[in-house]
Each structure stands twice: as C-alpha cells, then as structure tokens.
Write a protein that binds this ligand. Structure first.
Ligand code: MGD
Ligand code: MGD
Ligand code: SF4
Ligand code: MO
Length: 752
C-alpha cells in the first residue's frame, strides 16, 4: 500500500511543498502538495528528480579514499577505495591538523558551495567548523552569486542579512533587472514556484511589470514591457531613473522620513550624470527612462528588484546600491507593495557576522567580507608559494570546477593542494581532485528545515520536514560529518594524550545530545513567534506544534520592521555610503572616459557571453535521468545579425574562445538575444576522466566557466563576473542542408 509524506523541496530557495508517494523504501511519485501554506501545489519539474537522486547508484554511500599510483602527485589513474566513516573523518582531521601545525593556521581553509544553504545540517555546522579551523581562508559560492546584495545591505542597512524581499503579493509596479523568475522561480523572493502567476496577478489588479535583460527571456511573456540593456550598464540606467525622480520633484521618503541620511548628496550625485549619455551606453532611450521613472514614482506601490544579472557583472555593487536607493527615495522601502523584510520564526541575525575590510588577503590584498574572501582568489592563495600559502582544503557542497569562473584555473589549484577533503555525495568534476570524499546521507534520508531561505520569505511562514527513510546512511548527515570532523580536529590540536582524551570524551557526549532539532526547538520557542517559557501561551510556536503541521504554518503577512530593525550605528538608512560613492569614478572612467572603448578596440573578443538557466536543470541535478533526458540545452544563442556576420548558419557548430579557454557547441539563432551578446547554460561540462556519474556523463554539455575569467571581478564587491564576459565566436562547420533562407540571405549580405 502506498503512503504519503509531505516535505519541502530543498533544491532551491523557492521552498515548494512536495508530496512524496512511497511504498516501503521506494518512491512511487513526487507531486506538489496542494495544502502547502506557501506553494499551494505548485512545483517545477526539478522536484521530481529527487527520486532519481534517492536511487542513484553513483551517489556515494561510503567514503572514498584516493590511492595514489605515484605518492608524489595525484593523477586521474589513481584508484578509489571505500572506507568507513569514522576512519575517513579521523584521516581528514589528522591530515588537516598536520598541515596546520607544520605551516600555520591559514595553511588550511574551507569552501562552501550552494548546497550548504539548502541543507540545514551544513548551515548549522558552519560556525563550529570555522571556529575550530580558525583560518582566514574561508570561501563560499556567495561571491559567484549574491554577495553584492549582502554588501549593499551591510553598508546601507547595517547588516549583510537584513535582506530586502519584494512584497510581490501587494505591489502595483514591478521593475525587474537581470532575473528570470519564470525559470528561476524567484531568487531572494521565495514564492513557491508560482512567481509567474504572481506577475500575472499584478497586471490583473491594474499594476505593471517591466523587465530589463539583454535576453528576451521566458519571463518576458509575463510582463508589460521588456527592454534590452547592454550588459554591465544597469547602474547607469538606475542612476538615470533616480535623476529624473529627483529632478521632477517626485522623490519622497514616505514612512522612512527622518530615518535616512544622505538625501541631498544622493540628489547631487544623480544630477552629475547626463541622461543622453546614459541612454547611449545602456541602449534604453532617455524618453523610456523618463517614463519608467515617472511611472515608478507615481505608482501606489513599486519595487525595483534584480538578481544574478545585476550581481555577477561589472559594477554589481553600484547596481545593488542604486536599486535600493530607487526604492528608498520613492517611499517603497519597508512599505506594503515595496521592498519588505521577512521576520523568520528562527531569527539568526545576531548569530551571523557582518563586516568589511577588517583584514586583507595574502596575495592580492582583497578585503574580507563578513569573514570570507572572494572565491576568485582561492586559486592564487593555493598556487602562490610563501608563508600562509593555502595547502589543505575542506570543500563542501559545491562543484567549483564547473561553477567558479575559469574552470581550468580552479582545476590547477585543486590539483596542487597537499590535502583536500570533500564532503559531497558524488565523485564529480571537483571532488575528483580530493584525497578523500565523505558522502552525507541522501535528501530523503534526513530531516529538513530551511535555516537560511526563510530570509527571503514573501509571507512569514515556517515548516519542518522529518526524514522519510531512515537508513544506515541516515546517521551520517552533513551535520554529523562536519561536527565529527570539528571535534576530531580539536582533539588533534591538544598537545597531550590526557587532553585529547578529555576532548574526545566530551565531544562524544555532546555529539550524542546536540542535534539540529535541538537548536531548532530552542530557536522557535524563543524566536519572534515562540511560546517562550510561558506554558499558558498556547498560541506560541514550538517545534512540537510545528511538527503537527506537515504542510507548514502561516505566521503573518510581511509587516513593518523599520526603523527599529536597522543595524547601522546611527539607526538610519545610509543613502550614500562612502564605499559606493568612491566607486563612481571607476564607472565614469569605463563608460564615459574611453576606458571601455580602449579595451574593446584592442580586443579580438567582440561579443559578450551571458548565462541562462533552464527549467529542468540545476547544476548537480544533472544526475537525474528524468531531468536530463532529451536534447542537451547547451546551445549558444546568437542574434541573426551576429550569426550572419560570422557566416554562421542554423545547425552550425561554433567555437567560442575567450582569454582563458575555448569550447565548441551548436548554435541557436534567435532574435531573443540582443545583438553583440551571446548566451548559454552554465554548470554543464561533464564526462571528465575519473568521475563517477554516469547519467551526467552520458549527457555532458560543455562548461561555460571554461570561458570565464578569474581576473574579472567587480572592483567594489569582488564578486565574480560571469555575465558579459568578452568572447569570439567562429563557425566550425555549416551543416550542408541549411534550409533557413533568411540566414543565407543575411550571410550573403554581410559577405558581399
Ligand atoms: N531552474 C533553475 N532554477 C534555479 C536555479 C537553477 O540552477 N535552475 N538556481 C537557483 C539559484 S542558485 C539562483 S542564484 C537563482 C538565480 O535566479 P535569477 O537571477 O532569477 O535567474 P538567472 O537565469 O540567473 O537570471 C539572470 C538574468 O540576468 C540576465 N543578465 C545577464 N547579464 C545582465 C546584465 O548585465 N544586466 C541585466 N539587466 N541582466 C543581465 C540574464 O539574461 C538572465 O536572464 O535561480 C535559482 N533557481
Ligand atoms: N557562468 C556562470 N557560473 C555560475 C552562475 C552563472 O549564472 N553563470 N551561477 C552561479 C550561482 S548563482 C551558483 S548558486 C553557483 C552554483 O554552483 P555550485 O555551488 O557549485 O552548485 P552545484 O553545481 O549545484 O553543485 C552542488 C554540489 O553540492 C553537492 N551536494 C548536493 N547535495 C548535497 C548535500 O546535501 N550535502 C553536500 N555536502 N553536498 C551536496 C553536489 O554533489 C555538488 O557537488 O554557480 C555559480 N556559477
Ligand atoms: S522551484 Fe522547483 S526546485 Fe525550487 S523548491 Fe520549487 S519544486 Fe523545488
Ligand atoms: Mo545561486
């Protein structure tokens, strides 16, 4: 007889409710949970892939240890042997401790990829591991993602996790830059896989949606207007809007009156830009900028929101700053239908750091941000000899050989490590460089709570999901592995057998009693909605009560939290933090003082490549046969004019070259991409030697990050630039029976 289990899909921050139909230990089907308080039955196809991951034969169930053919160096001919978990943890701790005692604290470091945040065992273990490792070498996927947002929140609001979330349910005007919610399902805006329905609803209630993107994406169907924009130039478009709003007397602080500093200087800064020059650079006419500014400022409520298209580009820090400025000067910060701040049931803000430039990196002097360095410098820290060189790495939950800019550089660095322990369920493109891989239990074998993503809630709600299947492997969640490793590291650091014995005994007791549920129970009880110690407050939240609500609990709509919630020293919103103002000369030099032209005049790389997500895939989910079946989506989208100019016909294969690498892939000629820009999916490029991932390797695609450049980072936030990277595109062969006459005509036209 089949049974049903309800949980949250942990694959992305959208947090949809899923219903898993199962029989014994086998999953029969996965579908949307229509009673889930957030998603109400909506899911995307990716959720159904979880059953493939559950049964995937290549998913590691035991740790793998590398046996080197040649003890002096790693090779892809090395063998892997299975060992027990305790032995693996002990070995990893011994090797990391040895490196630290021989070469100093910073000789070891950690890297945390995106699955860290999707996995509460990992998220909870971060502070333990980092405290025990006590190294400045901390890297995460955030600096190839949303770090510029955190940077702006830190400087403007006082904390990197004071996250603004679009109140999409109530807004009347939604201006989106560099985001594709139809496919991503809403990033930093958790809606439950129905962002597109929410866009429709805005228009149905008389509101308006505007999208700014160099590609006419799948989301363009759900908006009133789409405008192409030249990559990297969003901050100028935003500056234009701000200028018009100030000029026309449309600026108003609204509810935040008296709680903002820098109003006059922001007005003066905006006035120094020339709107016609902005229009030339961005490709959006000044009359359109003026109209959007007026509409935005006069709407009953409005939101300017952007995601990776304005964070993984040049001048990302400036774009984030100006998006928030736009919301603030139109009275839409912490206002219904504007940008708001969720209040999660488990409030962890005080447990997280927010700092900038309190120390700098060894090789290129990059500032820390909230205790981490940009991932772009991981390679140089490993490859540059000298005191403090990074020699040992604990790599968790990320596949940086495919996801970090300049995959070749990443591979060189990983290969050069003296010791690398990966905590990951797969032997993939990144973990194949490890000395040991420790695999955590599978997604259905552990409990789940979104420790992190409730920061992006569009309603205040909460949900806990127990493990569905309890197996032998369930004992080894990420939390168990990482706390076990921390305990063993601490033990190795003691200089006598006696002290080691005490640490081991203590850690043994603590590890038996401290489970993620203990933190959650405590956090919920003493959190904003909690019961506290009052047994008579029956409405208060406790873990027990939450467990009785398998579809989650609605807590409230988003409500006002400012100015009380501000963390800036003067308790005011900072409209013009020095960090941003000081970055403006760089922007001007690039776009208005000839720097861009100079760099392009001497470059053979005359197109810019940007990334795209696809509905059925998400990095590591290429292990799911359900999701990757059919045609591989790795195609280079190119505008017909650009194709014709290069004699590229439909069905061609093309060679794409950049300063760092070269890939070949088929083209897709389309007017949906703007001229001068090409586009391809990222996180592909499987089929590499010594990986154990048959499904992904059968459908390999090519890696976009074999083209991107580790030296390209936003000069202010040090976030990687993986969008708008200069490339050259050439045809390899034109298919003999090209039928597209339009193509042929265009080719003729350009050739003659
Ligand atoms: N299906 C699927 N969904 C996912 C994921 C996945 O892998 N697959 N990943 C999840 C994760 S980790 C994230 S971070 C989110 C990302 O969520 P989104 O940011 O919403 O999704 P992207 O497709 O990265 O959208 C970025 C858009 O920016 C555009 N762009 C590129 N350069 C520029 C520029 O200079 N200016 C402007 N204005 N636009 C630009 C691109 O064309 C693209 O449409 O998605 C999440 N959801
Ligand atoms: N060119 C280009 N590059 C990009 C982007 C882009 O738009 N363009 N997007 C960037 C963005 S937004 C992101 S988020 C990153 C994503 O890049 P990554 O963070 O590298 O994400 P994935 O490729 O999905 O790899 C996830 C890894 O976690 C492992 N894993 C899965 N589940 C678990 C688990 O429960 N525990 C542990 N320990 N490991 C697990 C998987 O096996 C895999 O190795 O890519 C970035 N890179
Ligand atoms: S959008 Fe898809 S992958 Fe993301 S949580 Fe929902 S079902 Fe899962
Ligand atoms: Mo991401």
């Amino acid at each position: 007889m089949t049974q049903r289990h309800f949980r949250t899909c942990h694959l992305c921050e959208t947090m949809c409710g899923i219903e898993v139909e199962y029989e014994g230990g086998a999953v029969v089907a996965i579908r949307g949970d229509k009673d889930d308080v957030l998603s109400r039955g909506n899911i995307c196809p990716k959720a159904t892939g979880i059953q493939d991951i559950h049964t995937c034969e290549d998913r590691l169930r035991k740790p793998l240890k590398r046996i080197r053919k040649n003890p002096a160096e790693k090779s892809h001919d090395d063998e892997w042997v299975e060992i027990e978990f305790n032995e693996a943890i002990d070995f990893a701790a011994a090797e990391l401790s040895r490196l630290q005692s021989d070469h100093g604290k910073d000789a070891i470091g950690s890297y945390w990829g995106r699955s860290t945040a999707h996995n509460w065992g990992c998220t909870l273990a971060v502070p333990f591991v980092q405290k025990v490792m006590d190294s400045r070498n901390v890297y995460t996927g955030s600096t190839v993602d949303q770090m510029p947002h955190n940077f702006a929140w830190h400087h403007m609001l006082g904390h990197q996790f004071l996250c603004t979330v679009p109140d999409i349910n109530r807004t009347q005007y939604f201006l989106m830059l560099g985001t594709n919610p139809k496919i991503s399902n809403g990033a930093q805006m958790s809606t439950g896989a129905n962002a597109w329905k929410k866009l429709n609803a805005i228009r149905e209630r008389g509101g308006k949606c505007v999208l700014i993107d160099p590609r006419r994406t799948e989301s363009a169907k759900y908006v009133d207007e789409h405008h192409f924009i030249q990559p990297h130039s969003d901050s100028l478009f935003l500056m234009g809007l701000i200028q018009v709003i100030f000029d026309r007397g449309l600026a108003t602080p609204g509810r935040m009156e008296g709680h903002i500093t820098g109003w006059q200087s922001m007005k003066e800064i905006a006035a120094t830009f020339d709107l016609d020059a902005i229009a030339r650079v961005t490709g959006i006419s000044s009359s359109t900028i003026e109209r959007i500014a007026e509409e935005f400022a006069s709407a009953d409520s409005a939101i300017c929101y952007g995601r990776t298209g304005v964070s993984m580009v040049q001048f990302a820090g400036l774009s984030q700053w100006l998006m928030y400025v736009l919301n603030i000067i139109t009275g839409n910060m912490d206002e219904k239908g504007g940008m708001m701040f969720p209040v999660p049931a488990l409030d962890s803000l005080d447990l997280t750091k927010s700092s900038w430039a309190t120390y700098h990196s060894r090789v290129s002097g990059k500032p820390e941000f909230s205790g981490e360095f940009p991932l772009a410098i991981l390679g140089e820290e490993i490859l540059t000899p000298g005191e403090g060189q990074l020699r040992g790495l604990l790599g968790i939950a990320g596949n940086m050989a495919l996801s970090m800019a300049d995959g070749h550089n990443t591979e060189r660095a990983l290969n050069a490590l003296d010791f690398y322990v990966a905590v990951d369920p797969y032997l993939n493109e990144t973990t194949r460089f490890a000395d040991i891989i420790i695999p955590p239990s599978g997604p259905l074998e552990k409990s789940h709570y979104d420790m992190f993503y409730h920061l992006y809630d569009t309603i205040n709600w909460t949900k806990y999901s127990p493990a569905l299947f309890v197996t032998e492997h369930s004992k080894w969640t990420d939390f168990e592995i990482l706390t076990g490793l921390s305990a063993r590291l601490l033990e190795y650091r003691q200089n006598s057998w006696f002290k080691r014995g005490i640490v081991r005994a203590l850690a043994g007791v603590l590890r038996k009693t401290i489970k993620p549920e203990l933190f959650l129970g405590f956090g919920l009880r003493f959190g904003p909605y909690g019961q506290g110690l009052n047994p008579f407050r029956k409405s208060g939240l406790t873990l027990g009560r939450l467990k009785k609500n398998p579809h989650g609990m609605f807590l409230s709509d988003l409500y006002y939290t400012l100015p009380e919630g501000l963390r800036t020293p003067d308790k005011k919103i900072q409209l013009t933090p020095a960090a941003f103002v000081n970055d403006l000369p760089r922007l001007r030099a690039w776009f208005f003082e000839g720097q861009k032209e100079q760099s392009e005049a001497t470059s053979e790389f005359d197109l810019k490549i940007i990334s795209r997500l696809t509905n059925r895939t998400l990095g590591w989910m290429h292990h799911s046969r359900r999701l990757v079946k059919g045609k591989n989506p790795c195609e280079l989208m190119i505008h017909p004019d650009d194709a014709a100019r290069r004699r590229i016909g439909a069905n061609s294969m093309v060679r794409v070259t950049s300063r760092t690498g070269e890939i070949t892939l088929p083209v897709q000629i389309s007017e949906d991409i703007m001229p001068g820009v090409v586009c391809m999916p990222h996180l592909w490029g499987h089929g590499r030697q010594n990986t154990r991932q048959r499904v992904a390797n059968d459908n390999p695609g090519v890696s976009m990050n074999d083209l991107t450049d580790v030296t390209l980072i936003d000069g202010l936030t040090n976030n990687a630039i993986v969008n708008g990277v200069p490339v050259k595109v050439e045809p390899i062969a034109i298919h003999s029976n090209v039928q597209e006459t339009h193509q042929d005509e265009l080719i003729e036209e350009f050739v003659s």
